[in-house]
Design a protein. Structure first.
Length: 581
């Protein structure tokens, strides 16, 4: 039998002192042998890096404590008191001392749209601060003038509910600003767009074009196109606008990787986003992965569409530690502001509708039962209380028909929920995946004037859902909100609304520790990675970040201003904000 390297001192001692019986007859000699064995063992576990701080949040406790971490290769070798980690330091070990700056697991964004977010962040005009359609037009013209070579002009973040005139704008205002190039402006919630006449012309959309399923090409009372495209009608223009050349796609992808590293985001769930997925180039992702150039772990969630054989191929193809097919995603409904969220009760301002599911219920049902039977995880966009109930009903039926397994199906957003559906998440084993900053996207009245104040206590729940389940996941829905994790944490612990002055459902505040866990451990669990990611423990992948302060020592108001000092992914330092690191 081949002898292990660590046993060599034991064998050596036996040879020097005599046969094995002589050796074991002496307690002193045995102790000497064991010390030599331990010394040799430790020699084999010298860390590549050791990081130390007075504030380490492992995710296993509710507060930070003094500790050190030893890292070897791409994994955490040990976590413990500084004195315990000293033995892992060798002559080649790189030491990082961070005083009282917080060391914690890398953030895992449980819900985003990677390429669309990068397009909005790096190649579009931000319209979120505009307070009128006229101001939007001015900003778009300024942006277009600065980019004369751009074939399309992109913008995002406009929201008529923030304006003095709370009505949809029209294409003619945009035409006055820019008429020679197509313009497409995505709403803050991402479920409708505002385009100019050139965009309609290039896309072949006319007043004779019929509405697609679950979409509306808005027209005025004279039957003329307004330039507003709702839900799937956006695809008529977006499919053409987003067909970017591969060189531009690479530029946006690399910009995202750099941004994620700077913000301490080491893992993401890249979810299907309807026509916006035209931007997603999985072959490019795969190429970067094979070349060792991925600095963010990407968990893929393409469309749940009934094409189960294609999904199986993707599941087999993308299965590395950094690029992993994880499940399927689809929309059950839209958004409250557009009256497309599927509600249990009629809208107050449109009593003839409760909204509708994005697909016929029988179609969604067949998709769910088939995908679940084949072992796929499913995530559903579900904003209205009707959509949430339908999602839970479908998952429950899948269990009844296909049997109970560790499916970890998830519902995304959950902006409004009926109280009787809250305990069903744990009963069925469904993960709530929420984005805390969504509650501050727009005025509270955007919801209350449509669904009623009596539903306020069950709107944008956070603490209640966390307490109701074993695991809750946080994300951003980037680019609907910023990729910055500290903004999400800020809204999770404060519940401040759009005004920044009052709190929406104050009882839904969560603790700082719980917010961080939802953004690390909870998100990792939602992607079946809790044994590798989400906490700082021996044997887990070394995805670790260091902040510029101790998050647990500062005031809540300072949370949005926090910077990441260092980001480590897979044991490699991929970002540092300090010249001396």
């Amino acid at each position: 039998m081949e002898k292990q390297a660590w046993a060599k001192p034991f064998i050596y001692t036996c040879n020097v002192l005599g046969n094995e019986s002589d050796f074991f007859s002496s307690a002193l000699q045995f102790e000497l042998g064991m010390k030599l064995i331990e010394k040799e063992r430790l020699m084999m576990e010298i860390a590549d890096k050791v990081i130390l701080s007075e504030a380490v949040f492992t995710g296993l406790e509710n507060e930070a404590r003094p500790a050190a971490l030893a890292i070897k290769g791409n994994k955490i070798l040990a976590v413990g008191a500084k004195e315990e980690i000293l033995s892992y330091i060798g002559p080649e070990t790189r030491e990082y001392h961070f005083g009282n700056q917080l060391i914690m697991p890398g953030f895992h964004d449980a819900h985003l749209h990677l390429m669309l977010g990068s397009l909005f962040t790096h190649a579009s005009v931000d319209l979120s601060d505009a307070r009128s359609s006229e101001e939007v037009a001015i900003l778009v013209k300024q942006f277009a003038d600065e980019r004369p070579e751009d074939e399309w002009i992109f913008g995002y973040g406009w929201d008529q509910t923030k304006w003095g005139v709370k009505e949809f704008p029209n294409r003619f205002l945009l035409d006055k600003a820019i008429s020679d190039r197509p313009v497409i402006l995505f709403h803050a919630e991402g479920h409708y767009t505002w385009v100019n006449s050139k965009a309609l012309q290039v896309s072949g959309v006319t007043k004779k074009t019929t509405n697609p399923d679950y979409g509306v090409i808005e027209k005025d009372n004279k039957g003329e196109l307004t330039g507003i495209l709702i839900e799937t009608a956006t695809n008529l223009v977006a499919d053409i606008a987003l067909a970017l050349p591969e060189e531009k796609q690479r530029e946006l992808f690399e910009a995202f990787l750099k941004q994620a590293a700077r913000l301490g985001v080491t893992s993401v769930n890249d979810l299907y986003a309807s026509s916006f997925d035209r931007l997603k180039n999985l072959n490019m992702y795969h190429e970067y992965d094979k070349a060792g150039k991925l600095t963010t772990r990407i968990h893929l969630y393409p469309a749940l569409s009934g094409n189960i054989e294609e999904a199986k191929v993707m599941r087999d193809k993308y299965r590395s530690e950094k690029l992993k097919f994880t499940g399927l995603k689809q929309f059950i409904d839209g958004v409250v502001t557009g009256h497309t969220a599927y509600m249990l009760d009629p809208y107050l301002d449109r009593p003839k509708t409760k909204g509708d599911p994005a697909f016929p219920e029988e179609t969604i049902r067949n998709w769910v039962l088939t995908a679940d039977r084949e072992g796929f995880q499913i995530r559903f966009h579900a904003i209205g209380d009707g959509a949430v109930r339908l999602g839970l009903d479908l998952f429950e039926e899948a269990q009844r028909i296909n049997g109970i397994r560790d499916s970890r199906h998830a519902l995304e957003h959950i902006e409004v929920i009926h109280p009787t559906d809250i305990p069903r998440f744990k009963e069925i084993g469904v993960i709530p995946s929420v984005q805390p900053s969504h509650l501050a996207l727009m005025p509270k009245e955007s919801h209350t004037l449509r669904v009623g104040k009596e539903k306020d206590p069950y709107t944008y729940l956070c603490r209640t859902l966390k307490d109701a389940v074993d695991h809750i996941a946080f994300g951003t829905d980037y680019p609907i909100t910023t990729l910055n994790p500290f903004k999400e944490i800020y809204y999770a612990v404060t519940r401040l609304d759009f005004t920044g002055e009052s709190k929406w459902n104050k009882k839904e505040q969560v603790t700082l520790a719980d917010a961080i866990r939802a953004y690390t451990q909870g998100a990792a669990y939602s992607s079946f990675r809790e044994n590798e990611l989400g906490t700082l423990e021996k044997g887990k992948l070394a995805d670790i970040i260091v902040l510029d302060c101790n998050l647990f020592d500062i005031s809540v108001d300072q949370i949005p201003t926090i910077q990441v000092e260092l980001t480590m992914m897979d044991g490699k330092v991929i970002y540092t904000n300090s010249a001396n690191q």
